[in-house]
Design a protein around this ligand. Structure first.
Ligand SMILES: NC(=O)CC[C@H](N)C(=O)O
Length: 369
């Protein structure tokens, strides 16, 4: 396959660091919070995960594009990232079942990227300096003009983004009358989470992030699921209020990632912005209830405050991050509610944690009996 002509591109970071490379995807300019993912596979799932909305992703794995894209690997309708930074992009892909090349896919969906960047150096830089904003361009080469663009990018802290990516209207997935009915609060849900419920015979109704409890109750759910999603949980009081309402009625709750943070906030446990977050497919977590460790898929830049959780009389720590001792899961002491900070749907990632979906189903059944 012919490689297209190489066009210059720039990456400018908030602290002034400048990287030069070549354009991939759409020609244009795009800014967001720069963060890195250490997964060696699953670029399409990462780019289409709505939790990454507002962010520029650096892939630490060097080869990107080599297996094209496949419609089954979309986690939402289109890429959600603000841009991508890679080391060695290829236009040539070798997978028989791929529907198209990554470059064409990114271009079609207006996603800007840059290749031929020293991503090792860049990741070490982010790891030392912490999360910050950045801008990628393949059209603005005047540095002052680019700095102005960068200054217009909002800070991730205090940013509410679920309302941008949530479904506009409720929809249902799974077969009716097969099993349990799960009301899903969509803060930016990944399709693979819904697949996990459907595989377990659940019938899900997915509600917009601002749905009220009475709207959801009208469907008569057996349990409530709080989804993953982008942005700062501290800017989501509207959702926290809804979660408080669900808790007050003792309905079963399971939360993933942003859902974990919202459950914590609903019982007055704080969250905070991390130095540079956890994003990758091999993060070790210990389940303190079973004593077993799991290798997990993660994508979060905010975290539940450990001291605040330890001081709580309503919740307890269930899962601990073995890399940095941060909170990876919690449960409420006197309510049928639990959540994890990582991604048991594992798309992409190892499948060690799929048991959590079964645990939720068991929790609902126990509540009923
Ligand atoms: N994957 C998620 O749900 C991310 C949650 C939240 N936006 C964070 O960055 O921590």
């Amino acid at each position: 396959m012919k490689q297209p002509e190489r066009k210059k591109a720039l990456l400018l970071l908030e602290d002034g660091s400048l990287f030069e490379g070549y354009s991939i995807g759409k020609t244009g300019t795009s800014g967001g919070e720069i963060c890195f993912n250490t997964g060696m596979t699953g670029y399409q799932e990462i780019y289409t995960d709505p939790s990454y909305y507002g962010q520029i992703i650096v892939n630490t794995t060097p080869h990107i594009g080599n297996y094209g894209v496949h419609v089954d690997e979309d986690e939402s309708a289109h890429p959600m990232i603000k841009g991508l930074v890679v080391n060695d992009f290829t236009h040539q892909y070798s997978r028989k079942t791929a529907s198209e090349g990554l470059h064409e896919y990114l271009e079609k969906h207006n996603t800007v990227g840059i290749t031929d960047v020293d991503t090792r150096m860049l990741v070490r830089h982010i790891r030392t300096k912490g999360a910050m904003n950045a801008v990628i361009t393949s059209e603005i080469f005047d540095l002052d003009a680019l700095k102005t663009k960068l200054s217009e990018v909002p800070s991730m802290e205090s940013l509410e983004l679920s309302s941008v990516v949530t479904t506009k209207a409720p929809y249902e997935v799974g077969q009716e009358n097969t099993g349990l009915r799960i009301a899903v609060m969509d803060f930016g849900i990944k399709r693979s989470i819904l697949k996990n419920f459907v595989e377990r015979d659940c019938h899900c109704k997915v509600f917009p992030a601002n749905a009220t409890l009475s709207e959801m109750e009208a469907w008569n759910p057996d349990g409530y699921f709080l989804s993953n999603g982008p942005g700062d949980p501290a800017a989501m009081d509207y959702a926290v209020e809804t979660v408080k309402g669900i808790l007050a009625k003792d309905y079963p709750i399971f939360g993933i990632c942003l859902g974990n943070q919202l459950l914590a906030r609903a019982v007055d446990i704080d969250t905070f912005k991390m130095h540079h977050g956890h994003r990758g497919l091999n993060h070790p977590v210990k389940n303190l209830q079973t004593g077993k460790s799991e290798v997990t898929s993660q994508n979060h830049g905010f975290s539940v405050n450990m001291d605040s959780l330890k001081n709580s009389t309503t919740a307890e720590l269930t899962h601990l991050d073995l890399n940095d001792n941060t909170v990876e899961g919690l449960r409420l002491v006197n309510k049928p509610a639990f959540s994890v900070q990582y991604h048991p749907e594992s798309s992409p990632g190892p499948h060690d944690s799929a048991y959590l979906f079964d645990d939720f189903i068991q929790l609902i059944k126990d509540q009923k009996s």
